[in-house]
Design a protein. Structure first.
Length: 275
């Protein structure tokens, strides 16, 4: 049914990682909005970064609280117990209803240090300068190599495919039109296609004021369509008022690019929805 994508928000963060609201606040907001499905995806415990990932104790609380919410909202709102899993996480994504495979770090080939690539410009600058001799596109290639590795693991959803561009507004660190950038992205996209991944069209870069375009770029979405790839629209919501931010705009963009449908995740898995 057309418009069903507006009723499912499945990339959502709470206060147990880097979100602004509690699980309970997010659930009641989703219910009042009339959503059919709410999928929580806390950042998986990743030893190299305790800044915005769930600790083991918070992960245990996350599991327990979601189990209670599932019962509380049974028959009113389908709540899914998901995880946003990183390549360097030590959690087991198979223990969840579904998981989003995402790359947030580059592991420095020289120092062995882990760098967040999507938050502080100083961190990305240090990564480029200390690990890649100032070559921003080499960092891009390392990032997309991680995406390829994640794609090979066949996550339920492949998260914000080109997150490396998040803090690169106006080409501060690298040229997103450069042949090396495009080749690295294309190689990762081919890996995603081989593994039949579902890519998310993630609106969070706009919602949080970092970009004026969504993840992934229109160029990547065009290439993905040529590969007969499937997409799901997500908000990567870090606040209750952003659960479906930009969904209509993302759907309109996809339709203009030639997509006829998107996937919608519910308790029974994915179902196609006409645009």
């Amino acid at each position: 049914m057309a418009g069903e994508y507006m009723l499912s928000s499945v990339h959502v963060h709470s206060k147990l990682c880097d979100g602004k609201n509690t699980l309970e606040e997010l659930a009641v907001t989703a219910w009042h909005m009339g959503l059919k499905t709410l999928g929580f995806t806390g950042h998986s415990h990743t030893p190299c970064d305790l800044e915005y990932c769930m600790s083991p104790s918070r992960t245990a609380r996350y599991k327990g609280d979601i189990a209670k919410l599932k019962k509380q909202y049974e028959g009113k709102l389908d709540i899914l117990y998901g995880l946003e899993w990183d390549l360097y996480s030590d959690d087991d994504p198979s223990k969840y209803d579904y998981w989003i495979g995402s790359t947030h770090y580059i592991h420095g080939p020289k120092t062995g240090k882990y760098y967040e690539i999507d938050w502080r410009p100083s961190d990305l600058a240090d990564c480029i300068n200390n690990e890649f001799d100032g070559d921003g596109l080499a960092a891009v290639e390392a990032y997309f190599d991680n995406v390829k590795q994640l794609a090979a693991m066949r996550p339920t959803i492949l998260g914000h495919f080109d997150l490396i561009k998040k803090i690169n507004k106006d080409g501060r660190f690298f040229d997103e039109q450069a042949p090396r950038y495009q080749k690295a992205a294309s190689d990762a996209l081919a890996a995603a296609a081989r593994n039949r991944c579902v890519l998310e069209v993630n609106t969070s870069g706009v919602a949080r004021g970092f970009r004026e375009d969504f993840f992934p770029s229109e160029a990547i979405l065009k290439e993905w369509l040529a590969l007969s790839g499937n997409v799901v629209i997500t908000a990567d919501a870090h606040a209750a008022d952003k659960l479906t931010f930009g969904f209509e705009e993302a759907a309109a963009q996809l339709k203009a690019l030639g997509y006829s449908k998107v996937q919608v995740l519910g308790k029974e898995g994915f179902t196609p929805c006409e645009l």
